[in-house]
Design a protein around this ligand. Structure first.
Ligand code: THU
Length: 234
């Protein structure tokens, strides 16, 4: 893997400016993050936010950040938040990157896994864990919500799962399943609906509620009259 192929994974159809970085955790694991843009520009996920949130969602603490150029959106925030060592380099670290795309296996108990995953949420502010499983034709990606000192830089479970997929070069999805154990219903927030609509517009979203029931919805039913504009065409 080199910078050029990692950059190619970024989803930047609006700006054309692909960005990527790699976070090394304290225990030496390497997590890629790429820029994931949205037709609603302000909810774009910068590469550093993705890489740090992905690392944290695996119960690892970010320690070093590898980048190619000089600047990345949100770099200064994340550097300070985790006292990151910043390494500017023309070549990616030698060791392989973590592969978050788990292969489908018939033994997967979706409800049980969603419940287990809640323990990986990083929720110092809300104490409200959320888990997500984003399915592909042959596997799935796991997400939990991540909170940091600046509330605006945390990420919902759904967007962590999606960031993992995009950084792993996966763009095609079959469905999304989410769970929260607190609150009356499990339901994606408005910003997540906007992001989900960009990647899974005609797919099923399955909500596993706290009382053990579940409900199935089509993405566009969750976000009717969604924002789109031909002047922002990809
Ligand atoms: N949260 C999610 O993970 N997904 C949603 O769709 C709704 C909100 C998280 C974000 C934050 O960590 C906590 O729930 C409270 O907002």
């Amino acid at each position: 893997m080199n910078w050029s192929s990692l950059n190619d994974r970024a989803y930047a159809p609006y700006s054309g400016k692909s960005k990527a970085c790699v976070v090394e955790s304290r225990s030496g694991k390497l997590f890629a993050g790429v820029r994931t843009e949205n037709i609603s520009y302000p909810i774009t996920i910068p590469a550093v936010q993705a890489a740090c949130a992905i690392c944290l969602s695996e119960k690892e603490i970010p320690a070093k950040l590898y980048l190619e150029g000089d600047e990345l959106d949100q770099l200064h925030f994340w550097k300070k938040e985790f006292q990151l060592e910043i390494i500017k380099t023309d070549s990616l670290p030698e060791s392989p990157l973590e592969d978050p795309h788990k292969k489908w296996n018939a033994d997967l108990d979706i409800t049980a896994r969603l419940k287990e995953l809640l323990d990986q949420a990083v929720i110092p502010n809300s104490d409200f864990p959320v888990s997500a499983l984003l399915f592909t034709s042959d596997g799935y990606l796991e997400g939990v919500n991540i909170e940091v000192s600046d509330w605006t830089k945390g990420l919902c479970a759904e967007r962590v799962a999606l960031s993992k997929a995009i950084a792993a070069g996966v763009r095609e999805f079959t469905r999304l399943e989410i769970h929260t154990k607190k609150g009356e219903i499990s339901s994606p927030c408005g910003a997540c609906r906007q992001v989900i609509t960009e990647f899974l517009p005609y797919n099923d979203i399955i909500l596993h509620h706290a009382d053990g029931t579940s409900s199935e919805h089509l993405t566009l039913d969750l976000l009717p009259f969604n924002f789109k504009s031909s002047s922002l065409k990809k």
